[in-house]
Design a protein. Structure first.
Length: 299
């Protein structure tokens, strides 16, 4: 009876057991699984260039995914209107921004046009009466730019409507993972230094506009429902405004150094010119001793 209890129990499976394999080898443990296959099977995102944003590299792949998904959702409701609302709020909150748009939009302010392309190229400003939104976006399309951070993407942006359309183009390049967008944004910020001497436009106005962007975007449908999406958009907009401000401040410092150097140069040029002035002619000089002797004769 004891021998029957100790006998191995026969398998009830109808399939023959594979040869050369022990029953222990047929059992799979968690360490035998391929982590890459498990990750792909689970539908998770893999880190790569497609799910990274160079402007904001601290965003995780999942945050990049939800940001792009929210961008598509906002696009169905009109992105130009969203940015136009941001600029209108900036005008009402900041008098300097309102003066800047008034100056750039008027005919007398043609000298304050902000060209977003290369300074070595000449273009005509956008006329809202002759061009619509599609033509403006087509002119500054990423397909027309070169590797030099958008030197071929030349367009003059002056009015509030043109700024709204151009902001859509900029964020489209940011979310598409453009590698040259950081330098391009710095160049755009540097272009606004020309307004500093006329309307006192500065870094504070850029920061104020960034705060308005965050406030407007975090209240949009598709963003406000998710805390993670709101946090990601806040970081993205902050990085966007930081690039504009860095380019602005760097160009302003260069202008200050240049003006200081020119002032010192004019100062030393005046000194050299003063020392190089020829002396008076001898006929204009007065002999003091001779004049004294003549006066003494009458005393």
């Amino acid at each position: 009876m004891s021998d029957l209890l100790l006998a191995p129990r026969p398998s009830r499976s109808l399939s023959p057991s594979p040869r050369g394999l022990s029953p222990a080898s047929l059992v799979r443990c968690a360490s035998d699984r391929d982590p890459q296959k498990e990750q792909q099977r689970g539908g998770s995102l893999t880190i790569g260039k497609t799910n990274q944003i160079p402007l904001c590299p601290q965003l995780s792949p999942s945050q990049v995914y939800i940001v792009r998904k929210a961008w598509k959702h906002i696009n169905t409701k009109g992105l130009v209107g969203v940015f136009r609302r941001c600029f209108q709020r900036a005008e009402s909150c900041c008098t300097i921004i309102a003066q800047t748009f008034t100056l750039c939009g008027s005919a007398s302010g043609s000298g304050s046009q902000i060209y977003t392309g290369s300074p070595h190229h000449s273009t005509s400003p956008i006329s809202p009466n002759s061009r619509n939104e599609n033509s403006i976006v087509q002119e500054i399309s990423p397909n027309r730019r070169t590797s030099d951070a958008g030197t071929a993407s030349i367009v003059c942006v002056r009015t509030l409507s043109e700024h709204s359309i151009f902001m859509v183009h900029l964020f489209q390049r940011v979310l598409s993972g453009d590698q040259t967008i950081v330098e391009y944004l710095r160049r755009i910020g540097a272009r606004h230094v020309a307004l500093q001497s006329e309307t006192a436009f500065g870094s504070r106005q850029l920061e104020k506009f960034g705060e308005i962007l965050v406030d407007v975007f975090l209240k949009l449908d598709g963003i406000r429902e998710s805390k993670e999406c709101s946090r990601a958009w806040r970081q993205l907009i902050s990085s966007f405004v930081d690039c504009l401000r860095d380019g602005f401040e760097e160009e302003a410092r260069q202008n200050r150094r240049k003006n200081s150097f020119n002032a010192h140069s004019r100062y030393f040029d005046d000194i050299e010119r003063r020392h190089s002035t020829p002396a008076r002619r001898g006929s204009l000089r007065i002999d003091v001793q001779a004049a004294t002797r003549k006066v003494s004769n009458y005393i």
